[in-house]
Design a protein around this ligand. Structure first.
Ligand SMILES: Nc1ncnc2c1ncn2[C@@H]1O[C@H](C[S@+](CC[C@H]([NH3+])C(=O)[O-])CC(=O)[O-])[C@@H](O)[C@H]1O
Length: 327
């Protein structure tokens, strides 16, 4: 299989990071992850990103709540950027700002970062994996917090192109952040390579949650840190909700443990000292429809008579963050 030269920075980074066992799989993984036959809209997203104008960037902010790029734009470039970025909609994870274009995304992903960041081991120089990292919003924030190498993996090709739209403007300031359009199942076994691994908003989508935890364990080097964020229910260590076909309208939700059950699972898998650093109900201000995500959002998925319940009658979304170490 030939190597597409636009992916060269990714290959270089894998070499530099000593990820040789993964490197050999990249051409095939990229080809499959970006297969035009499988994803009909993909050529339009790719064209949109390729047509983004080259503008003079004055500054990039990866440490602020809104990942932003200071850039001077005349009216014509502004309209062009706005139209091209809208081709990539819905924008779910953010917020972002390019010049005076604010991408007000469905999620205030910055709020999740605020809940997590104070509890992390210092990310400076660390090699980080963000599993199911969406369009890379948290990946940029990890780089802003000093990470040496950030790899975001997410099987969504739309998110791949949203990531590259931002990368177009962020440029060298984000040169150590990379995106691979694959799921966790594509990560080579027993990698033991990453200092910190994030899995946020992914566990409840997995049919085998314990296997997911084990896969995450295998990606970490000994002494590495796992940051796990997922939907939970209230209750003791024996409480787990397995919803019916839909939970808050999502069709692919499997296991919602209590945070105590989750810590038990982590210990069983071999993690040391799991601890819950945050647990909170998801508010309607954190996940909502915007100009950049015009479909239904959380407010439509809760019982209008009783917002503490989903429309299916389950407890409304509540999320916990658990941090644990690999011995
Ligand atoms: N097999 C898989 N492997 C990896 N990722 C997957 C897989 N299947 C789906 N995904 C991806 O997991 C992400 C889950 S969203 C969390 C985003 C971010 N982390 C956030 O915390 O805001 C969940 C939410 O918003 O509820 C999506 O981007 C999927 O494409």
């Amino acid at each position: 299989m030939s190597i597409d030269e636009r992916h060269l920075p990714l290959y270089h980074a894998f070499l530099e990071q000593g990820l040789e066992s993964w490197l050999a799989r990249l051409p095939e993984q990229l080809a499959r992850g970006l297969d035009r036959q499988r994803f009909g809209d993909l050529p339009a997203w790719e064209r949109a990103v390729r047509r983004l104008p080259a503008l003079e960037v004055q500054d990039v902010h990866l440490t602020q709540d809104t990942v932003s790029v200071e850039v001077a734009m005349d009216d014509a470039s502004r309209r062009q950027c706005d139209n091209l970025l809208k081709i990539l909609a819905p924008w779910r994870k953010g917020p972002y700002r390019i010049g005076d274009i604010t991408i007000d995304t469905e999620w205030r992903s910055d709020w999740k970062w605020q809940r997590i960041a104070p509890h992390l081991s210092n990310l400076t120089g660390r090699r980080v994996l963000d599993v199911g990292g969406g369009n890379g919003y948290h990946g940029w924030r990890m780089a802003g917090a000093g990470a040496g190498f950030v790899l975001v993996i997410d099987p969504s090709p739309r998110f791949y192109w949203q990531f590259h739209a931002m990368r177009h403007f962020i440029g060298d300031a984000g040169a150590n952040v990379h995106f691979l359009p694959v799921g966790i199942e594509e990560v080579p076994p027993n990698l033991a390579a990453f200092d910190t691994v994030f899995s946020m908003g992914v566990l409840y989508h997995r049919r085998s949650p314990i296997d997911h935890l084990r896969e995450l364990y295998d990606t970490l080097r000994p002494g590495g840190e796992l940051v796990l964020e997922t939907l939970v229910v209230e209750g003791d260590e024996h409480q787990v909700l397995v919803p019916g076909e839909r939970y808050a309208q999502m069709p692919n939700v499997w296991f919602l443990p209590s945070s105590k059950a989750l810590m038990h699972w982590l210990s069983r898998v071999g993690f040391d000292s799991p601890r819950v650093v945050d647990e909170a109900d998801t508010t309607l201000d954190e996940q909502r429809a915007t100009e950049w995500m015009t479909f239904q959002s959380l407010a439509d998925f809760l019982d209008p008579e009783d917002p503490s319940r989903t429309i299916e009658g389950y407890p409304a979304p509540r999320r916990a963050v658990v941090i644990a170490q690999k011995p």
